[in-house]
Design a protein around this ligand. Structure first.
Ligand SMILES: Nc1ncnc2c1ncn2[C@@H]1O[C@H](COP(=O)(O)OP(=O)(O)OP(=O)(O)O)[C@@H](O)[C@H]1O
Length: 586
């Protein structure tokens, strides 16, 4: 996978060079000053891009982090500390990092509006502290000098563009790593992230730390622009207005950060020129933010997704046409054959890789699982069936660490009982969910990378996608239908090469033929990928075709367990709750 999209990088760098070459020459002095404001705001916007745009955390205190950067910059200036402007700028950014982490700690327990209130509280406190403690040098008018050769307004604009571009490239690279991709997953589903072995705590704290660093750099640049700053430059109202712009535009993409910066810097001037009250701009941003919150996607997200979808649809159409042509010419179709499942060995011959003993889970008065025992043998596919409400999903949730319960769970001889879901996942216990939530901004390749938990070679990703009958990896998740998303989710779980994959109704939403094809694929998974499977399914034909052994739950109790054919023939199983008509005759 490319570390960065080369075309976007080229276009971005070209635009930056053009802006630096043209704007300082053609713009009148006042507009150059506004251009600096826009560039500084664009840097601060990038901090919103990390925490709000990517990680989906409602942070309303980014300007407070910027204030820390500014404060450190001015303090070092007053102390005439060694290093000069650039070193102080970086130290200002670094000083904001521990504060960012401290503010991020509550985010591990609370989220949404409650978290927004916590960050807003910090912004208010920072306002109060700043209003009674002037910035260093303010009383003696000790101004910060801009560094040479960037000491003119035109030069300082160029410096701000360079800093913006460096940060955009670094954030772009981070965005393509598993950490950066995990932020998208956090934004849509923290439980999916944990199931993929991502530490939600670490990932969120990293987002807070990086966004605070970027905001701190933005604060330092603001000092360079103004030479001296006042608390009003970092007021909580500023954080709120920029937050609204961020939600609306999507500053996690460089073009969004630039647009956000421009809006943030020149709205007041435009309002004045068209004789509208300045607060009108804030109202517009607020309305735009509400719309973006409703759709869950910012403008830049939607524009990029639309572009990706158009090119993916073209690619899929070209593939279909090539296939039709090949069929018309009598050439063999390249559609991969559904694998022929290997003959299963008797489960009793193999050592257990997952051993669950006496698993009991109660939700108040409801006993969802009552002393359930289950073993998955190495290289096996085992079924867990039962009517609605029998406790199957609770079993998967408890074994994978999402729900607490009594009893013991051992993976390859190692007890998992006290471990978190992400730790269990990293040790080799993966799961899928009945309701699949995949970030629509991702491509299938990106989603597989998250699932794999390692750098996934393109050839391996292609093999997995082909094996599970998913479209080519470049196709964005946003245009993949619900049934195929489930298959993609299974592929992502298998990509990690876990010891055991717990699959919760992977065939839901598939046609009868697709379901049987999936069955053949799942049966081949242990041999091909070295992954054992526990399959929860309502589709009895699929269970019969794939599972060598099956355990039947009813109201949390195991009512039968053993070789699939025997269990499905068990009169107690047929009569008790499956209904004879549901179980195909063996
Ligand atoms: N979070 C929860 N709080 C309270 N009760 C719950 C909770 N989760 C599950 N239950 C209850 O536990 C029992 C088992 O539910 P579970 O979802 O595990 O069944 P299931 O076999 O997976 O059903 P289905 O096939 O419909 O998915 C049900 O009575 C359900 O209402």
């Amino acid at each position: 996978m490319n570390v960065l999209d080369k075309r976007s990088l080229g276009a971005g760098l070209g635009a930056a060079v053009l802006a630096c070459a043209v704007l300082p020459v053609v713009l009148p002095p006042y507009w150059i000053y506004l251009a600096i404001s826009a560039a500084v705001s664009a840097v601060i916007m990038q901090s919103f891009g990390v925490i709000v745009g990517r990680a989906g955390v409602m942070s309303l205190c980014q300007m407070s982090f910027a204030a820390i950067g500014a404060w450190v910059m001015l303090r070092l200036n007053v102390a005439e500390a060694p290093g000069g402007f650039f070193v102080w700028l970086i130290l200002g950014g670094l000083a904001a990092v521990p504060v960012g982490i401290a503010i991020g700690l509550p985010a591990l327990r609370i989220r949404g509006v409650n978290l927004a209130v916590v960050t807003f509280g910090f912004a208010v406190s920072a306002d109060i502290v700043l209003s009674v403690n002037p910035f260093p040098g303010a009383q003696d008018l000790l101004m910060l000098d801009r560094p040479k050769p960037f000491d003119t307004d035109g030069g300082y604009f160029i410096l701000c563009v360079i800093v913006f571009t460096i940060l955009a490239v670094i954030l772009g690279i981070i965005g393509k790593t598993r950490l950066g991709l995990s932020w998208y997953e956090l934004r849509h589903s923290e439980r999916s992230a944990a199931a993929h072995g991502i530490s939600v705590a670490r990932s969120k704290l990293a987002a807070f730390a990086i966004s605070a660093f970027v905001a701190g750099i933005g604060g330092g640049l603001l000092v360079g622009q103004l030479s001296l700053v006042v608390p009003q430059n970092f007021a909580m109202g500023q954080s709120l207005a920029l937050f609204a712009v961020a939600i609306m535009i999507g500053p996690h993409h460089p073009e969004g950060a630039v647009l956000g910066g421009i809006f943030g810097a020149i709205t007041a001037t435009i309002m004045e020129k068209i004789s509208l009250p300045q607060d009108f701009g804030g109202i517009l941003f607020g309305a735009g933010a509400l719309l973006a919150l409703r759709s869950g996607l910012s403008q830049t997200d939607m524009t990029r997704m639309r572009k990706r979808e158009i090119s993916a649809r073209k690619m899929l159409k070209a593939g279909e046409e090539a296939e039709e042509k090949a069929t018309a010419e009598g050439r063999t179709s390249e559609t991969p054959a559904v694998p022929v499942p290997p003959t299963p060995r008797a489960a009793a011959d193999r050592r257990p890789v997952l051993t669950v003993r006496g698993l009991t889970v109660k939700f108040g008065e409801v006993v969802a699982l009552d002393a359930v025992d289950l073993t998955v043998p190495e290289g096996g596919v085992v079924g867990l069936i039962g009517p609605n409400g029998a406790g199957k999903s609770t079993f998967i949730a408890t074994v994978s660490g999402f729900v607490g319960g009594q009893g013991s769970v051992e993976l390859d001889g190692r007890p998992l009982d006290k471990l978190s879901p992400h730790k269990r996942a990293t040790l080799g216990l993966r799961r899928t969910f009945q309701t699949t939530v995949i970030a629509p901004e991702l491509s299938q390749y990106e989603y597989l990378t998250i699932g794999a938990g390692r750098r996934l070679p393109r050839a391996e990703a292609d093999e997995l996608l082909e094996f599970f009958g998913c479209p080519p990896g470049e196709v964005p998740v946003s245009i993949v239908d619900a049934g195929t998303r489930r298959l993609l989710d299974v592929a992502a779980a298998i990509a990690a090469r876990p010891k055991v994959a717990l699959l919760d109704e992977p065939a839901a939403g598939q046609s009868a033929a697709e379901s049987l094809a999936l069955g053949a694929r799942l049966a081949a998974v242990p041999e091909k990928f070295g992954v054992s499977i526990l399959l929860v399914e309502h589709d009895m034909e699929l269970v019969q075709a794939v599972c060598e052994e099956v355990t039947v739950l009813d109201f949390g109790h195991v009512i039968a367990s053993g070789p699939t054919g025997e269990v499905l023939e068990d009169p107690a199983v047929r009569a008790a709750y499956l209904g004879a008509a549901d179980v195909p005759a063996t």
